[in-house]
Write a protein that binds this ligand. Structure first.
Ligand code: NDP
Length: 453
């Protein structure tokens, strides 16, 4: 690599989860690597995504615990929530993590360059007027919240702003029906806001298993979250008293302090200098890559949210490890996107891996469905209405478990282990001969005996 005419073997643009991991791995294989970042180290996940969101979920879960505690003999003095404490403690933790990311890069020998990286030629990146030459460029620039073009959209916040709100809202409307919308519905409700969620379709979480979607919808409603389906926002007006009036296409209106849009994210490909390259975008703006993450410009690669395959942090990290090994360690592997587990940190949470019942049937599998719904043991004394729902999608004939889905406390933790089983090709018989851990909710996954009618 020392005989290269370039200053670097790899310049990574974007220091999020995918970019940082690729840079570190590439450097560990002996490559000369620089990483360019104009905003914050750690990208969306660390700064305005997974990490602060999970901290907020923990905060919101306390309200459920306080509610449950009475049946176990606890009496709690009037519990109060103080938003500035949560917000500022969270910010301090994020700043600590920014420092950790910086040190990880420094210790790996990756050069950090601050500023916006623009590709001026397939082998050069300009940052703040300085030109850097490189054998390879990686675009790991991620995505950005998308807000539809409706009148009054400027009054709405997104997941970029929600972590830094000056004041905690008394009434909030969340627009959207994906991961972020249902997660923040749980957060705001748990922290004490009157919470509305408006989704344009008949049932949120499109793409998740229908039983899970319906189960979450029922549980949110029974907790007191105001879920409005078939509700598309037409406009938002700011009133003289500072409130926001939201008008829906169906004629209804709602007045709230805060409107948060969670209507998807778009790839961040503008002003990167892509016009100076042969890099091609899809109709939705995602960078088009081969199965080895190479764009149509042979020296330029892309991965993570900007390619739009599966927009999850661990996926971007896995893509980055693979690319670094392929480029600098003699690897030649392609990414396996099958059986990638994920969790929605709604309250209760969802854990899912593999095919949904609908996906399995659409793919032509003949399936047996095992489903159980029960009241968690904790609720026997707590007296709450929480339910746990578990479902296995099993292929008839081969007996292979094609999908595992769970709604309920612990789902995010439980699904990780089941993902190993699915990855290893487990059959329903393998589940059946696994001894349960008692008393847990998880044991139900190995004790479901009769297929649902
Ligand atoms: P999602 O793609 O999950 O959901 C977007 C939602 O917005 C859908 O319900 C969609 O409806 C709706 N929508 C899209 N366009 C419009 C519009 N013009 N008007 C009204 N509604 C609209 O996006 P999120 O923003 O929730 O999250 C972005 C990504 O981040 C996720 O896909 C996920 O990959 C990742 N993420 C993962 C998390 C995790 O792992 N726990 C947590 C948070 C985010 P419809 O279904 O009808 O198209």
């Amino acid at each position: 690599m020392t005989s290269s005419p370039y200053n670097y073997d790899l310049i990574v643009i974007g220091a999020g989860s995918g970019g940082v991991r690729t840079a570190r791995m590439a450097a560990s294989y002996g490559a000369r690597v620089a990483i360019v970042e104009e905003r914050y180290l750690g990208g969306t996940c660390v700064n305005v995504g997974c990490v602060p969101k999970k901290l907020f979920v923990y905060a919101a879960e306390f309200s459920h615990s306080f509610r449950d505690a009475a049946g176990f003999g606890w009496s709690l003095a009037d519990a109060r929530f103080h938003w500035p404490t949560l917000r500022d403690n969270k910010t301090a933790e994020i700043e600590r993590l920014n420092g950790v990311y910086g040190r990880l890069l420094d210790n790996a020998g990756v050069e950090r360059i601050s500023g916006r990286g623009i590709i001026s030629y397939p082998h050069t990146v300009m940052v703040e007027g300085q030109t850097y030459s490189t054998a390879n460029i990686l675009l790991a620039v991620g995505g950005w919240p998308f807000v539809p073009d409706i009148p009054g959209r400027e009054h709405a916040i997104t997941s970029n702003e929600v972590f830094y709100l000056e004041q905690f809202p008394e009434r909030v409307l969340i627009v959207g029906g994906g991961y972020i919308a249902v997660e923040f519905a749980g957060i705001f409700h748990g922290l004490g806001a009157t919470t509305h969620l408006a989704y344009r379709g008949p049932l949120f979480l499109r793409g998740f298993d229908d039983d899970i979607r319906e189960g979450l919808s029922r549980q949110l409603a029974s907790q007191g979250v105001n879920v409005h389906f078939n509700s598309d926002v037409k406009r938002i007006d700011k009133l003289a008293n500072g409130l926001l009036r939201v008008s829906f296409e169906n004629g209804e209106t709602l007045e709230v302090d805060t409107v948060m849009y969670a209507t998807g994210r778009r790839p961040l490909t503008e002003n990167l200098g892509l016009e100076n390259t042969a890099v091609r975008l899809s109709e939705q703006g995602y960078i088009q890559v081969s199965e080895k993450f190479q764009t149509d410009e042979p020296s330029i690669y892309a991965l993570g949210d900007v390619i739009g395959h599966i927009e999850l942090t661990p996926v971007a990290i896995a893509e980055g490890m693979l690319l670094a090994a392929n480029l600098f360690n003699g690897g030649d592997a392609a990414m396996d996107y099958k059986n990638i587990p994920s969790a929605v940190f709604s309250q209760p949470p969802i854990g899912t891996v593999g095919l949904t019942e609908a996906e399995a049937k659409a793919a032509g599998h003949s399936v047996k469905i095992y489903r159980t719904e029960f009241r968690p043991m904790k609720q026997t004394l707590a007296g709450g209405k929480d339910q746990i729902l578990m479902k296995l999608v099993v292929e008839e004939g081969t007996d292979r478990v094609l999908g595992c889905h769970m709604l309920g406390e612990g789902a995010a933790e439980i699904i990780q282990g089941l993902a190993v089983a699915l990855k290893a090709g487990a059959t329903k018989a393998d589940f059946d001969r696994t001894v349960g851990v008692h008393p847990t909710a998880a044991e139900e996954f190995v004790t479901m005996r009769s297929p649902a009618a």
